[in-house]
Ligand binder design. Structure first.
Ligand SMILES: [Zn+2]
Length: 115
């Protein structure tokens, strides 16, 4: 049986209120100015799924050679944000994506601990 793989780099349009858009632009600007050094590793490149805590498996796409992490148990997928390649492509989308990883960590019991 063939597995259907979604194109994780396809773009979707969403509609948000102005205040959300303006906050997202603010985060985008701060990310460009400050970089990713203040962002925890559980957001940039977590080892376990924020939802079900299973191990995340890395994979690459052929198109852009970005690295992603996928949970084989629940299907959770996110980009692996390398600090060098953080600002290639759509920074606003990256800012929103990172914010959502923060949100998932908060909703599903917080970050894994790494020392
Ligand atoms: Zn999972």
């Amino acid at each position: 049986m063939a597995t259907v793989t979604k194109d994780v780099e396809a773009y979707k349009t969403i509609k948000v209120p102005l205040w959300v858009y303006e906050n997202a632009k603010e985060v985008e600007l701060a990310l460009i100015k400050k970089g990713a050094e203040h962002i925890p590793l559980e957001v940039l490149e977590p080892r376990s799924c924020p939802i079900c805590k299973s191990k995340l498996e890395p994979f690459k796409t052929e198109k852009k050679d970005n690295e992603y992490l996928r949970c084989s148990r629940c299907g959770y997928t996110q980009q692996r944000f390398s600090r060098e390649r953080l600002f290639e492509g759509v920074v606003l989308g990256t800012a929103i994506g990172m914010g959502l990883v923060y949100f998932l960590n908060a909703l599903f019991g917080g970050a894994e601990r790494r020392s």
